[in-house]
Design a protein around this ligand. Sequence first.
Ligand SMILES: [Zn+2]
Length: 408
Amino acid sequence: MNSACVSLTVQHLTRCGAIQRIGELRSTGGRKREVLKLNSETAYFVVVDLEGTRIRIGLANFLGDVRYRWEEDVNYRNRLEIRDLQHGINAVLGNLDPAERSRTLAVGVSYTGLPHASGGITAVNLGWKDFPLGKHLEQFVDLPIFYGNDGVCKILAERSLGVAQNCDNCVYVMAGVGLGIGLYVGGRLVTGAREMAGEFGHMTVDPSAADKCNCGKTGCLEAIASSPNIVRQYFELTGRAGQHPKSYPVTEVFARARAKDGAAMAVIERVGRYLGLGLANVVNLLNPELIVLGGDYVEGQDLLIPCIRQTLQKHCLPDLLEGVELKASALGHEGGLKGAASLAFSHALQDEELLRRMTSPLQLQPQGSGNEEAAALTGGGSAKTRKERKGKPHGRTSHTRRPKGRQE
Ligand SMILES: [Zn+2]
């Protein structure tokens, strides 16, 4: 955009409250330079994280800060009933005051699993096989709903809120009960023809390995480098094959490796080597500038990063590896919720109706000294803004539904 267009847009967004002036930069003789920031209370999203062995639901503001959390453990592979999800979403919505409710625009759902053309989702951790999640949610949620698998959501969160900001070529890899990846290439999310791209866990890293994967095959990276498999290998190496309890935390294996326990060190070395091998193939294929470790890998970053780096050096073309950074995520256990928020945010920006609501007049009454978190909202306003440019949500990672009625 040219400077006149930027100026008009800034004026409009400031008037409607979506951005705020927070100061000025010292003049260097030219035009006055203002410092602007997004108003965190411009809009809210209900965020749902269906990852791993715990479901989390919350309300995220425009900047991904989460409040009104509702959490519940799920029994791995036992079918999660929709009424549990309904209870959690209603609990979060029930906490909202009318102003918050009027600015709640959409729902973002992060799940672990595969989408189907039928609209169903298969998620092993939740006991779902081609489960029509969207159909069920639409029965009781009167907001547009956007879905993305956890790798997609997490890399969106890292790009907008985490260590991958301004990075157009990055890879996010995480361990939990499974192993997931998110890929950003040339500033675009990689989702594949049927939104199934990124099954990094099932990349064959050793055809002769005996480790059996959840998918039924052997040689998959997930069978070696997911959290339950790290624990399994530690128990096998210490003469307790088949005895590892599900509750034994992978962080304990990391702790034992730090304490120079030989078996734990051997497991970590193997995990780091195979993870590095998988990532070396990704580096050679996609030429990223950043690899982000997430999930349980964050807890073992001090042990894993040196092993991964060593393997990358062994298997990557030197020119491709030059400048590749390896960092751990800093978004913590809220990464899934922030991912769901980033997903909803990115879709909302492409949706004409949601964009109109985000840029409708917003009257702020700050409470306290400069704490915009506490700013009170009054009314959602009406469509006084210019008609925004038409845009469609990214269909490839979501299924959307128009709201039945206006929320204002
Ligand atoms: Zn597999």
